[in-house]
Design a binder for this molecule. Sequence first.
Ligand code: BTX
Length: 322
Amino acid sequence: ESTRQHLIELLQENEQCYISGQELSTKLHISRTAVWKHMKELEKDGYVIDAKPRKGYKITSAPNKMSQNTLQWGLQTEWLGKSIVHKPTIASTQTLAKQLAATGAEHGTIVIADEQTAGRGRMQRTWHSRKGEGIWMSLILRPEILPNKAPQITLLVATVIAEVLSNFNVKPLIKWPNDILINDKKVSGILTEMQAEQDQIEFMVIGIGLNVNQSKDMFPADLKPIATSLKIQSGQKLDPIVMTQQILMKFEDVYEKYISHGFDVLKGNWLKYGYKLGEKVYIQTAKRQWYGVIEGIEPDGALRIKNDDGSVETLYSAEIKW
Ligand code: BTX
């Protein structure tokens, strides 16, 4: 951990009061002049620092430019986001996160970018992710669950995003398994990838794309009819840093509940946001295609379908025509 990182952490712990140059110097093992120099550097980055003679230093505001430091400033989590890799521009956060995970990145590491030049969706589809318009991030997890339970984590992420969005006066719905819609348009997509052995997950990388501040005309023509942003839907411009922090804090909380109690405790939350519950949809699997009514999800996260002949079946993966 760098001195600067440590300095920011100390200042954050003492957010309400001043911390003396002497104390910082002792804790960081650097001279008081070096402390002062670091403060000047922080100011250059947009931190507003209140320095009082005989009292010390206090940060009064963090810059609103996304960085590892600004994301960690005010992020109240135990393990999620303790390690953050932020890139102004990148091909895909997902690709970098997978590389980092394969070379030992710790559980809870986050890769986030202002812009992706080759953002990906499922099945080689592209994810439009322009500079500063949304949240483009990938979370590295090493859950101690069986690989066949991994899809539950996608559902968990979807409920977390839906819950955070619902704080902004909008009605998000989860289109099973991995999209979040508002007013029938996609505001967020989740991409789950993993590396596993038969009975053990080595790592999962969860990609989250969330449209935050686009206005209608900012989407390319092919996306205009199907995509939306939180700004369009809520009428407010939102701070991607704060939104990211809210998602991470909520995620850590819900993830821990999930790990200790299983998916069943989250089922009710998912059902609050389920898209087209009780409606008939067209379902395609590798073997057949048919119309069925979405009844809900099972305690393990599988989709529960009721067929015309009254029979009920559960699906773990399927393409659905909504
Ligand atoms: P998906 O395959 O379900 O959805 C991809 C489809 O969504 C595209 O084919 C297009 O029709 C539409 N689409 C593309 N961009 C957008 C957008 N910005 N808003 C709304 N609709 C769009 C969903 O895949 C999973 C997407 C995950 C994206 C994250 S971002 C961080 C991480 N890095 C990365 O490369 N991907 C993930």
